[in-house]
Design a protein around this ligand. Structure first.
Ligand code: UDP
Length: 237
């Protein structure tokens, strides 16, 4: 059966790479994510990945400790590049061609992101791993995921989280919270359901980019989500 999606944008948070730790990259978790990506790439789906950096440095935390916010966010963006290199290399080790791009110019480290170059790599069968967020302070890699999905003409954004979708309230705090199968952008934004930041949802709404929220630790993995076999929430109009 032909895959339902031709091109997807996957958001991998720094937290997912840190596994059971709060800091750094845990090789078994890195490899497990790379394998999930390779399994989907092997079905012919084109994949762009935006990586976070929360396992290394978050600008907000740095700013709270006294570093000026712009500097702290630059540090955060550099952290995402460490993850991008690690993930791109791990995907290559799964036998799938992969190329890392950076939103911040650092030619010795990675190609500078342009939609043109990234699209061409996707069409040539590379998984593209996008680091550096959008390249500006005061943004997050969630917003970068939505933006890149729109720029690269992806069919959908996939956002893995600790829980299996969007809930009426934080299910970690209120066990009576209910999961949505589908929910509108306006409801997510209006009720301030903090799955991604508001800028990410607003950009998705204005450009009709659907977002699927699923549990990172679901045994069906990314393949299950794309096949519609995994519990998840679809955020759309
Ligand atoms: N960041 C930024 N601009 C961007 C994306 C990220 O300044 O476009 C910085 C910001 O400091 C952020 C850090 O990079 O805290 C790591 O990204 P994020 O918090 O989104 O990572 P995640 O939570 O997904 O691991």
């Amino acid at each position: 059966m032909a895959p339902a999606y031709k091109r997807i944008l996957l958001k991998v948070s720094g937290e997912a790479l840190a596994g059971d730790n709060s800091f750094g990259i845990e090789p078994p978790f890195l490899q497990a994510i790379a394998k999930q990506i390779a399994d989907v790439a092997n079905t012919g789906v084109q994949i762009g990945v935006v990586v976070g950096g929360g396992n290394i440095f978050r600008g907000m935390a740095g700013a709270a400790d006294g570093t000026d916010r712009v500097t702290a966010d630059l540090m955060g963006m550099l952290g995402t590049m460490i993850n991008a290199l690690a993930l791109s290399n791990a995907i290559s080790r799964q036998g799938i061609k992969s190329k890392a791009f950076s939103a911040v110019t650092m030619p010795n480290v990675a190609d500078t992101f342009t939609a043109r170059a990234a699209k061409s790599a996707l069409e040539d069968g590379f998984v593209v791993v996008l680091g550096g967020g959008i390249g500006n302070p005061f943004f997050t890699t969630d917003t970068a995921s939505t933006l890149r999905a729109i720029e690269l003409e992806c069919d959908v954004v996939l956002k893995g989280t600790k829980v299996d979708g969007v809930y009426t309230e934080d299910p970690m705090k209120n066990p009576d919270a209910r999961r949505y199968d589908t929910v509108s952008y306006d409801e997510v934004i209006g009720k301030n359901l903090k799955v991604m930041d508001t800028a990410a949802f607003a950009l998705a709404r204005d450009n009709s980019m659907p977002i699927i929220v699923y549990a990172l630790d679901d045994p069906g993995g990314l393949t299950g989500v794309l096949a519609g076999k995994t519990r998840s929430t679809l955020v759309s109009a």
